[in-house]
Ligand binder design. Sequence first.
Ligand code: FAD
Length: 461
Amino acid sequence: NSDTMKTTPSLDIVIVGGGLVGGLAACALAKRGHSIRLYEYRSDIRVEESSGQSIDLALSVRGREALKLVGLEEKIVNHHGIAMKGRMLHGKDGSLREMIYDSVKKNCIYSVSRKYLNQVLLDAADQYSSVTLIFNKKLIDADLDHGKLKFIDTNNREIVEVNADLIIGADGAYSTVRRTMMKRPGFDFSQTYIEHGYVEVNIPPRMIDEKHSNKGVQFCMSSKHLHIWPRGSFMMIAMPNDDYTFTGNLFAPLEILNSLDTPEKLVKFYEQEFPDVLPIIGNKQALIDTFFTAKPKTLISIKCSPYHCGKSIILGDAAHAMVPFYAQGMNAAFEDVVLLDELLDHYKDDINKALPAFSRHRCSDAHAICDLAMYNYIEMRDLVMRKSFVARRNLDTILHRLWPNSWLPLYSTIHFSRMKFRDCIANREWQNKVLSRCLWCLGLLTLAIFIASATLPSIAY
Ligand code: FAD
C-alpha cells in the first residue's frame, strides 16, 4: 500500500471512466490523500479476454512526467516501452529514408501497448486503500453543481445514485459529463469529423531459424523506428510491439477505405501502393484476414471551453479529443493530470480555485495541440517527401546543434519538452520570422556584392 500522509481534508472524488486518464487520475489523487470511487462502463480489462486488437501508443515526455508522478515511469518505459529514435520513410520503390527525431540530445518516443498501460494504471490505483474500482456502471446523468451522479448497472439495469465533492469526467471523446456541461450557458463546443478514417493491420514477427535464436522470431523491420509509408493523400504507419509484431494503421479518406471492399481490390491496392508491405505481412490471405477484421474507424477532433463546471472537471479526450497524428492525445491527457495536481498543490486542494485555474491554463493550450495534430497529418502523409520540407528540417537540425537550448524544432518542443502547446506554435512562428529575415538579408547582401563587383572596376580605373 502506497498511501501517503494526508495533509489537507480529504475530498470524496468520483472519477467517471477507467481508461488511461481515469486510472492515472485515480493514482494521482489518491496519492494526495483523497478518497476515490472510479466508475467504468466496461468490465474490468484486467480480467476480460483480449479483444484481439493490439493498439499501441507513442509515449513521450509529457506522458512520462505524469507516469513519474505516480511512480510508474520506470515500469512502463524501461520494462515495457520500445524506444523509437525516428521515422523510417518507405518509398513506393521500396527505398528507405531515416529521419531521426533528435540527433542532438538523442530523445526517443516509446511504443507502449494501450491495454498493458491501462491494466498497470488500474492495478496501481487498486493498491491504494482509498480507491474503489467499480466496473459495468455507465453514467447516465449528473447534477454537476451538487455533485450528484446517476449510473446504470450494465448487467442488471439497476440505477445507482452517488454523491461526490468532486467529479472527474475521464469518460473519453463521447463524454457524458461533457454532454451535461453542454446544457449550461457559456459552454463553447465544437467537433469535427475529418474525411479520413483508419483500419488496423497486424504485421506478424519474422520466423527465424531456431538455431540462431532462442526465441525463434524477430521483428520484420527495424523496431527502433516509427515506420511511415507516405502517399500524399493517405499513408500507412506501423509501430513495434513487445511480442515482435507491429501494429499498422492505414489512414486514408473514408471514400478510399470503403472502396476496398473485396479481397481482390485490397490486394491490388497494396500491390500498387505498398509493395514492400505484402511480403512482411506474410501473404495475401494474411493481409485480407487482418484488414477485414473490423470496419474502418472514424477520427474526431473536439474543442470545448471551459473544462470545469460546478463541482466537476473534464480531462483527456472528454475535454480535447484530437486526431492521432501528433501522437499527443494520451500524452496531453496525462499532462492534464499533472497540471491538475500542480494546481491542487498551489491552491491547497481548494477546488473552487483550482478548477477555474485549470480551465484558464489549459483550454487554449489544448486547442493549440488539436490544431497541430491536424497539421501533422499533412506533414506525415505528404510534406515529408518534399525537398523543401527536408531542407527546412536539416536547417533546423543544424541550428539546434549550434544552439541546443534556444533553437528547438517544433517536433522537439511538442514531444521532448513541457513547453505550453501555444508557446510551441509561437516559438515556431518566431523561428520562421528569423529565417525569413535572414533570407532577406542574405538576398540583399548578395545583391550588394553583385552591384559592388559590377561597379568597382570602373572606380579602380
Ligand atoms: P479513453 O481512453 O477513451 O477512456 C474513456 C473511458 O471512459 C473508457 O474506458 C470508457 O469505457 C469509459 N466511459 C465512457 N463513457 C462512460 C460512461 N458514460 N460511464 C462510465 N464510463 C464511461 N495518443 C498518444 O498520446 N499517442 C499515440 O500514439 C496515440 N495514438 C492513437 C491512435 C489512434 C488510432 C487513436 C484513435 C488515438 C490515439 N491516441 C494517441 C489518443 C489516445 O488514445 C487518447 O487520447 C486516450 O486514449 C485518451 O484517454 P481517455 O482516458 O481520456 O479516454
